[in-house]
Ligand binder design. Sequence first.
Ligand SMILES: C[S@@+](CC[C@H](N)C(=O)[O-])C[C@H]1O[C@@H](n2cnc3c(N)ncnc32)[C@H](O)[C@@H]1O
Length: 388
Amino acid sequence: MSRVDNQRRLFLELIEELRPHWHHDPAQPQRLADWLARHRAGSRDRRLYRELCYTAWRILPWIEDTSAELLVRRVASFASPSKATAPFIEAFADPTVTSAPPGPPESLLPTWLGDECPAVLQDPTQRDALLSRAPLWIRLQTAQPPRVAAEFDSLGIAHSPSALLPDAWQVAADAPVLNTEAFRRGDFEIQDLGSQALLASLPGALSGHWLDACAGAGGKTLQLARRLGHAGRVTAHDIRGPALRELEQRAQRAGLDNVTIERAPSGPFDGVLVDAPCSGSGTWRRAPHLKWTTSHATIAAAAERQQFVLGKFAAMVRAGGTLVYATCSLCHRENEAVVDAFLEHHREYRPLPLRPPGHSSPQADGRWTFLPAELDSDAYFVAAFQRS
Ligand SMILES: C[S@@+](CC[C@H](N)C(=O)[O-])C[C@H]1O[C@@H](n2cnc3c(N)ncnc32)[C@H](O)[C@@H]1O
């Protein structure tokens, strides 16, 4: 059996392993990782099967009820070309599949999206951005960007700064940025541009003692700590201990001494960031399998949790302090509806105008959705409030 025929056989084996989970399991990337580990795949094979698998998730309605032959042809036709995928694409792709796709672009998005986020479906630019792969963004956290640029140049890693946020650089999707001295020194972190834009939307200088209530592994904690500077500090909290341990390491690498971890924060704080757990519908460009595991029921459950988390941590904001609510969801029920219900039950809060990067006038209603094409990023929602 030739090498590509063997790759085809193994890919179909992987597909059959994932098939029962396509519409149920949001943790399918872990199943893929387990499969790769079990098959002791080398780095090039990992890149190949990952790309084939993510392509299969992207175009699932076009492959799930087809023959194995058509499935392989369609996946090979839509897979991204690279050194790892080139022989597979050459052997099995068919240009007529991409010139006359099996369905309209909307068929690659769940039908319920029209109710939750009509803006994406009505605008072909937004829809196509959501269907495409997101670029890789890093956030610089050094006073010496030229030192990072020099190392990237020496390694042939293409990089370009965002026109809106100079600390954000776009780098090639498969660039080995984590394998650089600059990363080991803490000069940058990987962080999507939309995620960076959330905190950048808060107008004026931030100061004082902030709580990052749903800090996870600390993507936004580190950005917030840097923005607050030496005079300010961040308390990071999450219900996931392992994520907080990772946060601790990242803060150390970044040389930040104004971040502490707290298992049971109580406040009052000058500011509280609630980067709430959500359906992740804004991340489909990187996590396309979530398109098919998210339903009305999962969105309703997420919204209920968000109401609870926002109410709980809003109580920790001091009088006159700031509250920020954010999600990486496109869903109305997780975003605007949560904010509306919160404001109805918390008369002590009023919207705080935001100034999203690239907007000359403030958003007076204190809320903004970064749709995927606006910054060529994942999609995010942010709302800010001030306590009376
Ligand atoms: C969107 S993620 C946070 C991402 C993180 N802020 C970042 O920038 O990388 C949401 C986080 O909320 C945490 N979470 C869920 N329920 C929580 C609760 N009741 N209290 C605190 N954190 C919670 C989850 O463990 C998860 O890490």
